[in-house]
Design a protein around this ligand. Structure first.
Ligand code: ATP
Ligand code: MG
Length: 506
């Protein structure tokens, strides 16, 4: 069985490849109703982790504690396979929760979905999604968790690229020699991603990609909850944690029910009904939508009068992701881009559908994606007293969906030991120094002096000293088809080498 699995921050959506069709799979929830997705939640009940609908049932029936948005924990730059989170006054391994959740999704797909029962003997082969801006560590941990949960992962595809597949599959005719690309705008529960995708027949290329790993529907819920608190004249610091959670949940429900005609919204705050004009919420939430436009602005073109607009070769902006259902989002996008805004008819499922297309060899869709991040290295220079910085991989590096991309560098070593500190980042300043979201990717100490190239020598205690003209060193950076970077450092004179996957503390 070939599937597309979009493990989202708020919901997990699955689509199936079925003889050239890619329907979304529905699941039976705890009330016996069919749902288009599985909530990405983990709870604690009867001394065990519970997942998805079971976690919601435990919350409804026993007020069991629950954590939403587990995927957001993965995008934390300090995340390692040993990281934990707090639930029910316990430290829970993020990896255990993730593997348990993905096992639960597999179980639901096999036994409790719109698909016929799938026996254990039949593998669940899946293309899985990942935010375009996910770090190497997030990619690695996501892949490991799917595998540990019994999935057979065919490929990991950037979420907006998958939505681009869904667009070109659905609207084959709209891309032509004049309109060659589409700008995918994916506002999910926890992340925002935008990519410009071109397609010639079934051959797709991502021209550029921008995104934010901490901007999504969850943030709109918080803004609305704050508006309700303010309207009720209730200071934020007077809320107990559970009261605040309850208000955020109410806000999410209210937000999801908004239509273009809604005028007033209401909630119960501290046992009192509170109402406010929806325009108050929209005003407070406008900066979030503006932020998405700022993030995608490098994908736009400046017109003669200085305004930013879609490039003429772009067929339009393809709006997907559940959070883009908010009427405010459509309104602002239409104000900015007019009639070139196309909303996906399956906003919440388009990534999963695109992933199912990616999983289907008969669809013949190919993808040349881009690395959406920079990878760089701080190196010790001048006897350890100075540190130099080099960008090794840049966001425009093209990644093939079926093979590894390798970048090499060669130089003569000038020290007895090389001290490399790798980082991943999304922005640089004008001289190329990492800015903003910088994630450490691990450190390597490499012995340049041949006498130190012995396995039992601990380099950490040896003083780094300048030695002059040392051995010829080659650094090789391999970016695999999932976007995970591995570094190999090799002394070409002696053949000594070290290899390390750059996946943070992983
Ligand atoms: N009708 C609606 N109006 C407004 N927001 C909505 C609506 N339906 C869903 N949402 C919001 O969409 C978000 C979930 O979107 P989606 O399912 O695309 O995200 P995800 O895939 O789980 O997350 P991500 O892609 O960020 O990992 C939630 O914040 C949810 O409240
Ligand atoms: Mg999503």
């Amino acid at each position: 069985m070939r599937l597309g699995v979009d493990f989202g921050t708020t919901t997990t959506t699955v689509a199936v490849a079925d003889r050239g069709n890619y329907p979304a799979v529905s699941f039976i929830d705890h009330n016996g109703d069919a749902q288009d997705d599985i909530p990405s939640v983990v709870g604690w009940s009867n001394s065990a982790l519970v997942f998805g609908f079971d976690a919601l049932r435990a919350m409804d029936e026993d007020e069991a504690p629950l954590i939403r948005s587990i995927k957001r924990l993965l995008s934390d730059s300090s995340m390692t396979p040993r990281s934990t989170f707090r639930l029910a006054q316990r430290d829970i391994s993020i990896m255990d929760a993730l593997v348990g959740f993905l096992e639960y999704v597999a179980f639901k797909v096999r036994t409790d979905s719109s698909l016929a029962q799938i026996p254990q003997s039949e593998p669940l082969e899946a293309a899985i999604g990942i935010p375009a801006h996910a770090s190497s560590a997030q990619r690695f941990l996501t892949l490991e968790a799917f595998r540990a949960a019994g999935w057979s992962v065919i490929s990991m595809v950037n979420e907006p690229s998958a939505a681009g597949f869904e667009y070109t599959h659905r609207h084959r005719g709209t891309l032509n020699s004049k309109r060659t690309s589409i700008l995918v705008y994916d506002l999910g529960g926890g992340t925002f991603d935008a990519s410009t995708v071109t397609a010639v027949d079934t051959d797709h290329q991502v021209l550029a990609s921008r995104g934010h790993t901490m901007l999504g529907g969850d943030d709109f819920d918080l803004v609305l909850a704050q508006c309700f608190a303010k309207a009720g004249d209730i200071p934020l610091n007077s809320f107990a944690e559970s009261e605040w959670q309850d208000l955020v949940e109410q806000s999410r429900t209210v937000k999801e029910s908004l239509t273009a005609h809604t005028r007033v919204v209401s909630a119960v705050v501290h046992d009192r009904p509170v109402s406010l004009p929806v325009s108050t919420f929209y005003e407070a939430a406008t900066p979030l939508v503006e932020k998405t436009l700022e993030v995608l602005s490098p994908l736009l073109q400046r017109t003669e009068d200085g305004a930013l607009a879609l490039p003429p070769e772009c067929a339009g902006i393809y709006v997907t992701g559940g959070a883009s259902s908010l009427p405010l989002v459509s309104r602002i996008l239409r104000e900015r881009f007019g009639r070139r805004v196309h909303r996906s008819p399956h906003a919440a499922a388009s990534t999963a559908i695109g992933l199912a297309i990616a999983a289907d060899p008969d669809a013949g869709f190919t993808l040349h994606d881009r690395l959406a991040r920079h990878v760089g290295v701080f190196r010790e220079a001048e006897s350890g007293s100075l540190v130099s910085f080099d960008t090794l991989l840049s966001p425009n590096l093209q990644i093939e969906s079926n093979k590894e991309t390798t970048i090499t560098r060669q130089y003569r070593a000038a020290h007895n030991i090389g001290f490399y500190r790798f980082v991943e980042f999304t922005q640089t300043d004008h001289v190329g120094t990492p800015l903003g979201d910088v994630t450490p990717l691990g450190e390597i100490l490499f012995p340049f002096a041949p006498a130190l190239q012995e396995p039992d020598i601990s380099l950490a205690n040896i003083h780094i000293a300048r030695t002059g003209n040392g051995p010829l060193i080659e650094e090789r950076y391999h970016v695999d088809r999932h976007g995970i970077v591995t570094v190999e450092i090799c002394d070409l004179d002696t053949g000594y080498s070290l290899t390390s996957a750059l996946t943070s503390g992983a």
